[in-house]
Write a protein that binds this ligand. Sequence first.
Ligand code: PBG
Length: 332
Amino acid sequence: MTRAAFPDLRLRRTRRTAWSRAMVRETHLTPANLIWPLFVCAGEGVEEPIASLPGVSRWSVDLLVARACEAVAAGIPCLALFPYTEADRRSDDGAEALNPANLMCRATAAIKQALGDDIGVLTDVALDPYTSHGQDGLIDGAGRVLNDETVAVLVGQALNQARAGADIIAPSDMMDGRIGAIRKSLEAEGFGHVQIMSYAAKYASAFYGPFRDAVGSRGLLKGDKKGYQMDPANAEEALREVEMDLAEGADSVMVKPGLPYLDIVRAVKQRFEVPVFTYQVSGEYAMIEAAAAAGAGDRDALVLETLLAFRRAGASGILTYHALHAARLLGA
Ligand code: PBG
C-alpha cells in the first residue's frame, strides 16, 4: 500500500482537538483494568502507615473491609491481599501460612462476607510473609530454597485460602511445578472454579524493597532470591515460564515488575494470546511518589501515563498501589 506523503498526509490533523484525539485513541484505561494490592495487619481499628511507601498503609481486617467498599465504589474489580505477620508468628517452615485463622484467611472471609461477588479477592501464595528467614520457601542447611518440599506447603496454603473464599490464587514464589500441583488439588477439593493467576515471569528485582518493609520481611532476609526469581537479563526464559504455567493450568499470567519489563509484557501477549497482568511494584510506586514530590512532574499525569503504557504493551490489567487514586481520576 502506498501511503500519502506530506502535505497530503499531515499526522497532526487528527491530534488537533480533544474530540478527534478521543476518536483515534488506540488504547483505553478504565478502573476495570486495576487490581489494588492491600496490606493487612492484626488488631482492630488499626492503620499503620508504611514509611517507604508514602500514602500506603497496613489495615486491620475491619478497616480493610471499608477500603474494599471504596474499591467497589470506584469500579475496581479485584483486590490483592498481603499480610504483615508479627515476628512471633513466623517460623522456619512458615507454618502460619497453613493456619485457617491467619490474617489472610480472616481478611478474605470478611471481604467476601461483606461484598460477595461485588469484588474479587486475589490471594498471594508464597511463604515469605511467614518465614523467619524471609525466603519464599523452605530452606536447606545452606540456606538454599528447596523446590518440591516448598511446593507441598504452597498447595496447603492455596487450599487454606480457597477455603476462606479466595477467588484467585496467585503464586508469587517461582517454584517449578507449583501451578500444576495447586491446580490438581483445587480440582480434587471442590475448588474447580477458583482461578490461578501465576506470577509466571517474576524477576529478582531491586524494586521490591518497600514491599518487604510492608510485610515485615526486609530485616529478616539474608542474601537474595536469585536462585528462584528470574535474571533480569532474560526474555526467552520468561516465555518458557509462561508456557509452563499455562500448560499446568494457570488462567492468567503476570509479569513483574512492571515498567522496566514492558518488552516482556508485549512478548507474552503476542505469543500466547492469554490475559496478561503486570505488577507495578512497590519500588516503582515509590519512584513516582518521589518524582512528584521533587517536582519532576505532575503526580496524577505520571500515574495515568505509566498505567496506560502497560495497557499499550498488552496488559489486561495492572496491580498498582495507585489503583484507588487512579480509578477515581478515571471516574467509575
Ligand atoms: C514475594 C513477593 C514480593 C512482592 C510480591 N510478592 C517481593 C519479593 O519477591 O521479595 C513484591 C511486590 C512489590 O514490591 O510491590 N512473594
